[in-house]
Design a protein around this ligand. Structure first.
Ligand code: AP5
Length: 225
């Protein structure tokens, strides 16, 4: 496994809700400068702006269901096609279904590159519920906090941009449980797809943030995927 044809790295953060995908992706983006593509963030922005996509997506997101492929795939395709001169892509929350994974492979291949590494963060349902019910997110810049383990310095205010730090609409206990079920039923199956390609790195998502990050970082530096 080496660098992709044009030197652009493509990394996918994979795992159940609350496993720490966004937290690790923000750290990787800071250190390596890759373009962080979080489909959850893109959809939340569309919901906030009440765009036609946002209105459609909100119904699914509030219930903890996946947004349909025919809504999410064109958004990601467009984002990729418009991104030039970036050192790499860091996907977070995408792909989540086989059609999404196939589309990603196709578009990347047309760009002369491919997924180099899928980082699979895994942890237990008990930990996930604890993490998500305590999570708070900056509504302006998206920085992720936790009320117990990683609170902002000033209550309710983002350390980075002074934005409002809020509870996500889908972080209620009932919706968290539904999102976990949806992950097991509709998303976990793509692990086989990635395993076959030999690009999967499994990392214990229950480890402290800095320990998981060190494992991921060391792998990316060593393997140059
Ligand atoms: P999305 O926003 O992608 O949510 P998700 O996949 O459910 O993942 P989360 O953002 O909840 O968790 P995370 O793994 O990023 O954890 P985080 O780092 O924040 O999607 C939301 C919705 O949008 C979906 O339900 C769906 O409706 C729709 N959607 C999005 N993409 C889609 C797609 N491709 N197709 C169809 N629909 C799509 O960490 C969580 C908390 O834990 C934080 O408080 C953090 O501080 C803390 N924490 C993190 N790591 C650690 C650690 N190691 N130790 C202790 N605490 C930690």
């Amino acid at each position: 496994m080496g660098e992709s044809n044009n030197g652009m790295r493509v990394i996918v953060m994979f795992g159940p809700p609350g496993a720490g995908k966004g937290t690790q992706a923000q750290k990787l983006q800071e250190e390596f400068g890759y373009l962080h593509i979080s489909t959850g963030d893109i959809l939340r922005e569309a919901v906030e702006k009440k765009t036609p996509v946002g209105l459609k997506a909100k119904k699914c997101m509030d219930k903890g269901e996946l947004v349909p492929d025919d809504v999410i795939i064109p958004i990601v395709k467009d984002k990729l096609e418009r991104s030039i001169n970036v050192p790499g892509f860091l996907f977070d929350g995408f792909p989540r279904t086989i059609p999404q994974a196939e589309m990603l492979d196709k578009v990347l291949s047309e760009m002369g590159t491919a997924i180099g590494r899928v980082i699979y963060l895994n942890t237990t349902a008990k930990i996930i519920v604890k993490r998500l019910s305590g999570r708070r997110t900056c509504e302006k810049c998206g920085k992720i906090y936790h009320m117990v383990t990683l609170p902002p310095k000033i209550d309710g205010k983002c350390d980075e941009c002074n934005g409002r730090v809020i509870l996500r609409d889908d972080d209620s206990e009932e919706t968290i449980i539904r999102r976990l079920k949806v992950y097991e039923q509709q998303t976990a199956a793509i692990l086989k797809y990635f395993k076959k390609k030999g690009i999967l790195l499994e990392v214990d998502g229950a480890l402290p943030v800095k320990d998981s990050y060190e494992i991921i970082r060391a792998n990316l530096i060593q393997e140059k995927v």
